[in-house]
Design a protein around this ligand. Structure first.
Ligand SMILES: [Fe+2]
Ligand SMILES: [Fe+2]
Length: 137
Protein backbone atom coordinates (compact mmCIF):
# COMPACT_ATOMS: atom_id res chain seq x y z
CA UNK A 1 0.00 0.00 0.00
CA UNK A 2 1.33 3.35 -0.99
CA UNK A 3 -1.56 5.77 -1.00
CA UNK A 4 -3.22 6.27 2.36
CA UNK A 5 -6.79 7.51 2.60
CA UNK A 6 -6.59 9.69 5.71
CA UNK A 7 -9.21 11.96 7.31
CA UNK A 8 -7.61 14.81 5.40
CA UNK A 9 -9.48 13.62 2.36
CA UNK A 10 -12.95 13.55 3.87
CA UNK A 11 -15.62 15.79 2.41
CA UNK A 12 -18.24 14.63 4.91
CA UNK A 13 -20.50 13.62 2.03
CA UNK A 14 -20.75 9.91 2.55
CA UNK A 15 -21.07 8.58 -0.97
CA UNK A 16 -18.31 10.86 -2.26
CA UNK A 17 -15.97 9.75 0.53
CA UNK A 18 -16.76 6.10 -0.18
CA UNK A 19 -16.04 6.52 -3.87
CA UNK A 20 -12.78 8.35 -3.14
CA UNK A 21 -11.77 5.52 -0.78
CA UNK A 22 -12.46 3.03 -3.55
CA UNK A 23 -10.23 5.00 -5.96
CA UNK A 24 -7.44 4.74 -3.39
CA UNK A 25 -8.07 0.98 -3.16
CA UNK A 26 -7.68 0.50 -6.90
CA UNK A 27 -4.52 2.63 -6.96
CA UNK A 28 -3.05 0.66 -4.06
CA UNK A 29 -3.93 -2.68 -5.57
CA UNK A 30 -2.14 -1.63 -8.75
CA UNK A 31 0.88 -0.42 -6.81
CA UNK A 32 1.10 -3.58 -4.69
CA UNK A 33 0.90 -5.78 -7.72
CA UNK A 34 3.49 -3.77 -9.60
CA UNK A 35 5.99 -3.95 -6.75
CA UNK A 36 5.38 -7.63 -5.97
CA UNK A 37 8.26 -9.46 -7.59
CA UNK A 38 6.86 -12.86 -6.75
CA UNK A 39 3.90 -12.52 -9.07
CA UNK A 40 4.57 -13.57 -12.61
CA UNK A 41 2.49 -12.47 -15.57
CA UNK A 42 1.04 -9.56 -13.68
CA UNK A 43 0.76 -7.16 -16.59
CA UNK A 44 -2.66 -8.30 -17.78
CA UNK A 45 -4.00 -7.66 -14.32
CA UNK A 46 -2.28 -4.29 -14.15
CA UNK A 47 -3.85 -3.29 -17.45
CA UNK A 48 -7.28 -4.28 -16.20
CA UNK A 49 -6.75 -2.41 -12.91
CA UNK A 50 -5.78 0.74 -14.81
CA UNK A 51 -8.88 0.30 -16.95
CA UNK A 52 -10.92 -0.08 -13.78
CA UNK A 53 -9.37 3.09 -12.35
CA UNK A 54 -10.25 4.96 -15.52
CA UNK A 55 -13.83 3.71 -15.65
CA UNK A 56 -14.49 4.13 -11.95
CA UNK A 57 -13.10 7.67 -12.06
CA UNK A 58 -15.55 8.53 -14.84
CA UNK A 59 -18.44 7.04 -12.88
CA UNK A 60 -17.37 8.92 -9.80
CA UNK A 61 -17.12 12.23 -11.68
CA UNK A 62 -20.64 11.73 -13.03
CA UNK A 63 -22.00 11.11 -9.51
CA UNK A 64 -20.13 14.08 -8.13
CA UNK A 65 -21.36 16.38 -10.88
CA UNK A 66 -24.93 15.27 -10.33
CA UNK A 67 -24.58 16.02 -6.65
CA UNK A 68 -22.98 19.43 -7.30
CA UNK A 69 -25.92 20.29 -9.51
CA UNK A 70 -28.40 19.23 -6.85
CA UNK A 71 -26.92 21.63 -4.31
CA UNK A 72 -26.33 24.38 -6.90
CA UNK A 73 -22.64 24.33 -6.19
CA UNK A 74 -21.09 27.64 -7.15
CA UNK A 75 -17.87 26.26 -8.62
CA UNK A 76 -19.48 23.52 -10.69
CA UNK A 77 -18.03 24.75 -14.00
CA UNK A 78 -14.41 24.86 -12.91
CA UNK A 79 -14.83 21.49 -11.20
CA UNK A 80 -16.39 19.98 -14.29
CA UNK A 81 -13.63 21.42 -16.44
CA UNK A 82 -10.99 19.85 -14.19
CA UNK A 83 -12.78 16.49 -14.49
CA UNK A 84 -12.86 16.71 -18.29
CA UNK A 85 -9.13 17.46 -18.50
CA UNK A 86 -8.31 14.58 -16.20
CA UNK A 87 -10.41 12.10 -18.14
CA UNK A 88 -8.46 13.17 -21.22
CA UNK A 89 -5.22 12.36 -19.38
CA UNK A 90 -6.59 8.98 -18.37
CA UNK A 91 -7.43 8.21 -21.94
CA UNK A 92 -3.90 9.06 -23.04
CA UNK A 93 -2.42 6.29 -20.88
CA UNK A 94 -0.70 3.88 -23.25
CA UNK A 95 -1.91 0.45 -22.16
CA UNK A 96 0.27 -1.14 -24.81
CA UNK A 97 3.32 0.13 -22.95
CA UNK A 98 1.93 -1.39 -19.75
CA UNK A 99 1.55 -4.66 -21.56
CA UNK A 100 5.20 -4.51 -22.52
CA UNK A 101 5.97 -4.71 -18.80
CA UNK A 102 7.56 -1.30 -18.51
CA UNK A 103 7.51 -0.97 -14.73
CA UNK A 104 8.95 2.52 -14.72
CA UNK A 105 6.28 3.79 -17.08
CA UNK A 106 3.50 2.17 -15.03
CA UNK A 107 4.78 3.66 -11.79
CA UNK A 108 5.07 7.07 -13.38
CA UNK A 109 1.52 6.86 -14.70
CA UNK A 110 0.15 5.60 -11.41
CA UNK A 111 1.89 8.33 -9.44
CA UNK A 112 0.69 10.98 -11.80
CA UNK A 113 -2.91 9.76 -11.52
CA UNK A 114 -2.75 9.42 -7.74
CA UNK A 115 -1.19 12.86 -7.30
CA UNK A 116 -3.84 14.47 -9.44
CA UNK A 117 -6.66 12.69 -7.62
CA UNK A 118 -5.36 13.41 -4.12
CA UNK A 119 -4.67 17.06 -4.96
CA UNK A 120 -8.11 17.41 -6.53
CA UNK A 121 -9.89 15.82 -3.57
CA UNK A 122 -8.08 17.99 -1.02
CA UNK A 123 -8.67 21.14 -3.02
CA UNK A 124 -11.70 21.15 -5.27
CA UNK A 125 -13.78 18.31 -3.79
CA UNK A 126 -13.52 19.54 -0.22
CA UNK A 127 -15.07 22.81 -1.34
CA UNK A 128 -18.19 20.79 -2.15
CA UNK A 129 -18.24 19.71 1.48
CA UNK A 130 -17.89 23.31 2.59
CA UNK A 131 -20.79 24.32 0.34
CA UNK A 132 -22.90 21.39 1.54
CA UNK A 133 -22.17 22.29 5.16
CA UNK A 134 -20.56 18.93 5.93
CA UNK A 135 -17.17 20.60 6.44
CA UNK A 136 -17.13 23.33 9.04
CA UNK A 137 -14.82 26.20 8.36
FE1 LIG B 1 -14.15 16.34 -8.27
FE1 LIG C 1 -14.09 13.42 -6.35
Amino acid sequence: MKYEFTDDYLTGIEFIDQEHAHLFEIANETYDLLTDNLVTDKYDRIVSLLEELREYTKTHFAHEEEYMESIHFQHIWSERHAHILFVKKLEEVDLQKVDDSQDEYILEVLDFLAKWLTGHIKGADKRIGVAAGTIKQ
